[in-house]
Design a protein around this ligand. Structure first.
Ligand SMILES: *Cc1c(COP(=O)(O)O)cnc(C)c1O
Length: 339
């Protein structure tokens, strides 16, 4: 079963020949920390794309482990552009860490630009694809990415508790050479045992069995591309359903996985979450921190249907006091560029 899990994850990630996948018991953040600890070191100069709480998490992981790093700070919801990268070009950085989908704001970063930047600068590319794997297109080999991180509970839609790392040849070389100060997250044992379908420590067996069933069902339904199309259709259906409601898109270039929305009629985004939960039995995802009152998020991952979208859109219409679906009202406004 584990050999099949590895084979299907490699296939769905578009990994190059010679790449390996390992399954760690721990949530997605364990995968982020394992990637930093095993692939990077004190001799690196790391650049982190920090446009929200998951970018900030990569910075904190590097900080805890004494890995020299600088952040490219982006305003919440903003796409990365050439002008953001230019100051860091040719400056001796050795690796880039990016959350392809910064889930806290819903923005999907321009991976082609980031991959070009890494190629030009001879940098390793580590991609946190946790909330985007199987929701948005990703071709690890074409991008030249060295590490991809996924998690069990996002578009894989299984229980939380397992993270997956895909390591390309350059990353595997680094893992073999590195002596990370961690026992549990040292990937050498996971790679060696994984070659015969084993794990070095007792894994979350139930979740690995769920992942196996899920990967097989995706394969039977046409593979990663068809699962991504399914999620894209749900996202598009929802986004056209909210036309006419007093909402605007919060992020540039939103991922298929999540729509981040800002109410434009003065209602607190957090109150929209509370109203839906308390009076409609519907759960959307509230934001925290500075964005608590201005942004809420709607997920499109997992066992959702267009009928679920319609239920939510109708409830949003009641809560926001808007007109519901009204094609004549045009597309929702947007804070920045229209997705
Ligand atoms: C969910 C998520 C993680 C991991 O969070 P855990 O709670 O540790 O599973 C990491 N990065 C991104 C972009 C995420 O969406």
């Amino acid at each position: 079963m584990m050999l099949e899990n590895e084979r299907l994850v490699l296939e769905f990630a578009g990994a190059e020949a010679g790449a390996r996948a390992v399954f760690l018991t721990g949530s997605g953040t364990a995968g982020m920390e394992a990637a930093v600890l095993n692939v990077l070191g004190e001799g690196d100069r790391v650049l982190v794309v920090d446009g929200g709480s998951f970018g900030a998490r990569f910075c904190r992981i590097c900080g805890v482990h004494g890995i020299p790093h600088d952040a490219i700070r982006l305003a919440a919801g903003r796409q990365i552009r050439q002008e953001d990268l230019a100051p860091f070009d040719g400056k001796g950085y050795t690796a880039l860490l990016v959350n392809k989908h910064e889930t806290s704001t819903g923005v999907l970063y321009d991976m082609d630009s980031l991959a070009d930047f890494c190629r030009r600068n001879g940098m390793l590319l580590v991609v946190d694809n946790i909330s985007s794997f199987l929701a948005d297109e990703f071709d690890m080999a074409a991008l030249g990415a060295d590490v991809m991180i996924a998690g069990s509970q996002k578009a894989l839609a299984c229980a939380p508790g397992v993270s997956v790392l895909v390591l390309g040849p350059r990353a595997l070389e680094r893992v073999e050479r590195n002596r990370p100060k961690t026992f549990y997250l040292d990937l050498k044992a996971a790679l060696a045992d994984g070659a015969r379908g084993q794990t070095p420590f007792t894994p979350a067996v139930g979740i690995l069995r769920q992942i196996h069933a899920r990967l097989e069902s995706i394969a039977a339904a046409g593979g990663a591309a068809s699962e991504i199309r399914r999620t894209a259709r749900l996202a598009t259906h929802f986004r056209s359903g909210i036309r006419g409601l007093p909402l605007e898109f919060f992020s540039e270039n939103p991922s298929n996985a999540v729509t981040a929305l800002h109410p434009t009629n003065g209602i607190s985004a957090y109150d929209v979450f509370l109203e839906l939960k308390n009076h409609h039995g519907l759960w959307i995802c509230p934001n925290g921190g500075e964005l608590k009152d201005s942004v809420f998020r709607v997920g499109h991952m997992g066992a959702l249907t267009t009928a679920d979208n319609e239920t939510l859109v109708a409830a949003l219409g009641t809560v926001l006091g808007g007109g519901g679906t009204d094609p004549a009202a045009g597309t929702p406004g947007t804070r920045m560029a229209n997705p």
